[in-house]
Design a binder for this molecule. Structure first.
Ligand code: ATP
Length: 906
């Protein structure tokens, strides 16, 4: 129904007032909450397609779809048919428990992922019941009044109501990447989509200006909704890590099936009961095929992502979690990431001297000091005008209420407003006498901004920007009430002044103005320079130690800033990013022609640590230079123009506070607090996740291998079975998964950030891991067989007795439990390490131990498992033998460490 309604309308052909009337909404009030409810019920959520959530029934059904489970079910039925009711019931119980655990794990993984997605969802600003608020874009309904500004993604299909210098990038929809201007005027009914200048379509974004617009269509009714089927499917892909785990499992299947067949045939040839051997082979196959690895990995990933979110790093792309741990280069911007982004004007450099400004932050008390003399009103005219231009050419706002100062907007512009207030200039009052007639917004490639102000029919143009740009555009200099010509040598002198200020660590802007008779006059020609203004932006306190931490972790930190080389160098030095204060700073323009760089230049740039006056296009080339030599690059960005660089980087990092929605959408990670430290923590977490996944893979697979080998060795030696089929199933389904899950929650070894980044091509299981896997498998199985032999020799019945089998079963089970302590880092201590410090591990061991006692002492279960209570000697054998693999494992660890045999890294 909603589609009919949408298609019967052509909102672009109606006037704004008609559209508002038809959608039954007022621009100033928006919809009422009640109306919103009604429309939501009618049109549904603003999602492209009911996201393809796997429903719980499907997830449950998936647990029982595997071939091996079917085999087991067949064995269960066979047991019933052969009249062995207990066996049959037990097999089905195992099936159910196995399915339930798989189901719960997968449900948790899925819901964890879903809620993670929710916290990274895009917000829309809407006006409802007269109030403007941010809401999840998904909650928009047709008729909502949406407020957009530069950098915002268009959250639904909208009809523009009130545009202001609006420009939109519609490339996602039309393929045309040049931003298009927009109006609110009605158009012909039959204009094609790409020419509907009064419409905004979901999936496009605002590059400039701002707008108010009314929602015309949401969710599947939007133009994007009509073409989006393929987009949704892409989101379901497995990450490389999940894929690798899946492959690992698949690769093992033939091998395991061969071993199971050998067991079956050799056992049968040695006179064992055929049905028992078939059951054993099936149980082994079930026990050893690591089907669940990808799901458990998802859980570990999700947990890691939550932990990152706690530390202010939101991951928007699951696959990047693993890349994070391999990051070798972090390119970070300066302002706000390395510095506080709390700016204060410290000095003005004017034609008639230097004026220092006192006071910090938002405090509007402060004085102006010219040499020894404090400036009082009437102030020097140049100073007065410099303050005025700073206040006029400005988009920030500062309000003072009951002694509290509140500021919004670019911190540099806020600082200029505060400086104005210190000098008695209030923006609103100034604008009353000279209203703004035009604004030419700040453009990072021009590095300037201008505003035109109406002064009795003529216009005053106020300009601020990067010193080299403004000085270049100036032909005169304001010296008092007059101006003088600015010669080539004067320009040079001013540039030197600005360099000197920058080298002192100040962020420097130049101010200029001119008078024109029309707003059509170009903004950046024939300006009269007023002077320079220097801002302090203190480095963040924790940055120095974090940079050191990154360096210890084998990552290089590179500053990539739009700011002046001198400021960049000074800050880089003061945060410890470089050792000396005369390090080479590469300017963005040196990268302008990447094709023609000599090898020597490329090497120099790859080794450089500070890049200044960088524009978004330079960032792309820089990433390229590093990626070509095999680095894994993380790059920060916040503006609309940074989106390509964020996409190109291995890890695109967008700023949560300063960043535009466009940058956030293009990124793999969003820093909620814009803080460099959060990148470090995210990398650390990425490394921990990978090492935990390795831990549980190695643990689980060595446990499985030990079961396989124990049975194989026993049958080859002509022994009876040391483990019965149900016992094998019981071990896998009930006991060893708890420690394996717990390993996924380890906190990471102490030296995890003292190592080099992992090579991203390195497999999950390296040769060393496979060797170790074999070693542990043999160790545990030999201990089990040993216990079996001892158990068999304790009584006349030999190894055929229930007691002997119980002993070998428990030995294997406990050996597996203790084995968790073997999967620690070689470099961590025997007693205090990431495994022993993980409380979940202790919890899991406690629980599994209880279950194992239950398996022996609870009559029903012990009957099904054919176990029997043990004598004290029996228990001594169990504990003695089960501790051997742990002891030997630890000795081997020390041995490796002493003799520097290839380390086993996690
Ligand atoms: P970063 O955030 O990487 O540390 P940046 O903020 O200096 O650097 P850009 O935003 O690209 O980088 O700005 C480049 C230069 O343009 C600034 O150094 C400054 O000189 C000038 N500039 C920045 N913002 C404005 C503005 N709002 N008005 C006028 N000039 C500006």
């Amino acid at each position: 129904m909603s589609r009919d309604r949408r298609e019967s309308q052509t909102p672009w052909s109606q006037s704004v007032s008609d559209v508002l009337e038809r959608t039954d909404v007022s621009q100033s009030e928006g919809l009422t909450e009640k109306e919103v409810e009604r429309r939501r019920a009618r049109f549904g959520p603003n999602e492209l397609r009911e996201a393809e959530r796997r429903r719980w029934v499907e997830i449950l059904a998936d647990q029982f779809k595997s071939f091996i489970v079917l085999l087991l079910a067949a064995a269960g039925i066979a047991a019933f048919v052969l009249g062995d009711v207990i066996e049959g019931v037990a097999i089905f119980a195992v099936l159910v428990i196995n399915g339930a655990i798989g189901f719960v794990t997968e449900m948790r993984a899925v819901s964890s992922m879903e809620s993670l997605q929710e916290i990274t969802e895009i917000e829309a600003r809407v006006r409802r019941a007269g109030e403007e608020n941010g809401i999840p874009a998904e909650d928009l309904v047709p008729g909502d009044i949406v407020v957009l500004e530069a950098g915002d993604l268009v959250p639904a299909d909208l009809r523009i109501v009130e545009p202001s210098k609006l420009q939109i990038d519609e490339s996602a929809l039309t393929g045309e990447s040049v931003p298009v201007g927009k109006t609110s005027e009605p158009l012909d009914e039959d204009v094609p989509l790409a020419e509907r200048e009064n419409m905004l379509y979901k999936g496009t974004y605002v590059t400039r200006g701002s707008a108010e617009a009314v929602v015309a269509a949401t969710g599947p009714d939007t133009e994007l909704g009509h073409i989006s089927a393929s987009l949704q499917e892409a989101a379901e892909e497995q990450t490389p890590l999940q894929q690798k785990l899946d492959d690992l499992g698949q690769k093992l299947v033939p091998f395991l099936l061969v071993v199971a067949t050998i067991v079956l045939v050799s056992g049968w040839l040695r006179g064992q009961d055929l049905f028992l051997m078939v059951e054993t082979a099936i149980a082994l196959a079930i026990a050893t095929v690591p089907e669940g690895l990808p799901v458990v990995a998802t859980l570990v990933l999700a947990r890691g992502m939550w932990r990152m979110a706690d530390r202010n790093a939101l991951i928007t792309n699951l696959a990047s979690v693993e890349t994070l741990g391999s990051t070798t280069i972090i390119c970070t911007d300066k302002t706000g990431t390395l510095t506080e982004n709390e700016m204060t004007v410290a000095e003005y450099e004017l034609a008639n001297g230097t004026v220092e400004v006192s006071g910090t932050g938002l405090d509007t008390d402060g004085t102006f000091q010219h040499g020894d003399q404090e400036l009082d009103e009437p102030r020097d005219p140049v100073m007065q005008e410099a303050l005025e231009v700073g206040v006029l050419c400005n988009n920030a706002s500062v309000t003072e209420q009951e002694g509290e100062t509140d500021a919004t907007g670019d911190p540099m512009e806020v600082a200029l407003l505060i400086a104005g207030l210190k000098g008695g200039l209030d923006r609103d009052e100034l604008l009353d006498s000279m209203p703004e007639a035009r604004e030419v917004s700040f453009d990072p490639s021009v590095k300037m901004m201008a505003t035109y102000h109406d002064v009795n029919g003529d216009y005053k143009v106020a300009v601020k920007g990067a010193p080299e740009a403004v000085i270049e555009s100036s032909t005169r200099i304001v010296t008092g009430d007059d101006t003088e010509e600015l010669s080539g040598s004067d320009r040079k002198e001013w540039l030197q002044k600005s360099d000197r200020m920058a080298e002192d660590g100040l962020r420097v802007l130049a101010l200029a103005r001119k008078e024109v008779d029309s707003t059509e006059n170009p903004p950046y020609e024939d300006l009269s320079l007023l002077g320079l203004v220097g801002f302090i932006d203190p480095p963040r306190e924790e940055v120095r130690s974090t940079i050191q931490g990154c360096q210890d972790a084998g990552m290089r930190v590179i500053m990539v800033t739009g700011d002046h080389a001198g400021t960049a160098r000074n800050i880089a030095h003061s945060v410890g990013l470089v050792d000396t204060d005369n390090v080479e700073v590469v300017e963005g323009r040196q990268l302008d022609d990447p094709e023609n760089l000599s090898q020597e230049e490329k090497d120099r740039f790859v080794n450089a640590s500070v890049f200044a006056r960088v524009n978004p296009a330079n960032k792309l080339d820089l990433i390229d230079l590093h990626q070509v030599v095999g680095s894994i690059v993380a790059m920060t960005g916040d503006g609309v123009n940074d989106a390509p660089a964020l996409k190109k980087a291995d890890i695109g990092v967008a700023m949560g506070q300063r960043g535009t929605q466009v940058a956030q959408e293009a990124s793999d990670m969003i820093l909620r607090d814009d803080n460099f430290e959060s990148i470090y923590h995210a990398v650390r977490e990425g490394r921990i996740i990978f090492s935990n996944i390795r831990k549980f893979v190695l643990y689980l697979m060595s446990c499985n291998l030990s079961e396989l080998l124990a049975i194989l060795i026993a049958t080859l030696l002509g022994f009876p079975l040391p483990l019965l089929p149900l016992q094998i199933l019981f071990l896998n389904v009930v006991t060893d998964i708890f420690p394996a899950f717990a390993l996924g929650a380890c906190g990471g070894s102490r030296d995890i950030m003292d190592r080099s980044p992992r090579n991203p091509d390195e497999p999950i299981m390296t040769r060393t891991h496979w060797t170790e896997l074999g070693f542990y498998g043999i160790l545990i199985s030999v201990a089990t067989i040993g216990a079996f032999v001892i158990g068999g020799s304790m009584h006349a019945g030999g190894m055929e007795t229930e007691e002997a089998v119980t002993i070998s079963f428990l030995t294997l089970a406990f050996a597996q439990l203790w084995h968790v302590f073997n999967v620690r880092e070689v470099t961590s201590g025997i007693l205090r390490n990431e495994v022993t410090e993980n409380l979940y591990v202790w919890g899991a061991l406690g629980l599994s131990t209880l279950i194992l006692f239950g398996a022996v002492y609870l009559p029903g279960i012990s009957l099904a498992l054919s176990t029997t209570p043990l004598s004290l000697e029996g228990w001594l054998v169990v504990f003695g033998m089960s501790l051997i693999p742990l002891g030997v494992g630890q000795v081997e660890r020390e041995f490796r460490r002493r003799f520097e045999i290839p380390q086993l890294d996690f």
